[in-house]
Design a protein around this ligand. Structure first.
Ligand SMILES: [Zn+2]
Ligand SMILES: [Zn+2]
Length: 172
């Protein structure tokens, strides 16, 4: 998805609408997590007082895995982005997007925008109980009968037993 920026000036009102789909199928989010739709992009490039501005909206669906219980979660996202575009090589501290040869590489920009805005953490539910450290059962759906301790510390590991009685002086 490449856009010739000279077409913006020629558009009515100096505004060029953009719409399309960008394939994110090659993006590996780790642990089998992936985009299960292309990223739908909708927006416009406007030119005002010689400044080119890109505003767009990206919509997509991800298949994610819960960080605590590993359950698969399908989640819809909608994100808005706004950039100033420049045809000249920008100063180092400028956030303007450089468009060499008067072309905006929309796909590359969108991949950058979306990947840097994804949440770092996924939970199937805000209070997901995670997995039993002894048997691996999901504690959201079953009570496996093992005694659970608060926190992420595996209860069943005997190496932790000595620590249980340790008074660190910052609790109780
Ligand atoms: Zn979960
Ligand atoms: Zn268990």
């Amino acid at each position: 998805m490449r856009i010739q920026l000279e077409t913006v000036s020629a558009s009515p009102g100096g505004r060029l609408p953009i719409a399309g789909e960008i394939d994110f199928g090659f993006v590996d989010l780790g642990r089998g997590q992936r985009f299960i739709t292309p990223v739908g992009v909708q927006g416009a490039i406007s030119k005002r007082a010689d400044v080119l501005t890109l505003d767009y909206n990206a919509r997509f669906t991800l298949l994610l895995s819960c960080d605590r219980c590993l359950a698969w979660v399908e989640r819809d996202f909608e994100m808005n982005f706004s950039h100033v575009l420049t045809l000249l090589k920008p100063e180092e501290d400028s956030e303007a997007i450089f468009c060499p040869d008067g072309q905006l590489d929309m796909a590359t920009l969108c991949v950058d925008d979306v990947l840097t805005s994804l949440p770092r953490r996924t939970l199937c539910h805000p209070d997901c109980k995670g997995l039993c450290p002894e048997c691996g059962a999901s504690l959201n759906s079953e009570d496996c009968g093992h005694r659970q301790q608060s926190g992420d510390r595996p209860d069943g590991d005997p190496r932790w037993a000595a620590l249980k009685n340790l008074n660190l002086g910052d609790e109780n």
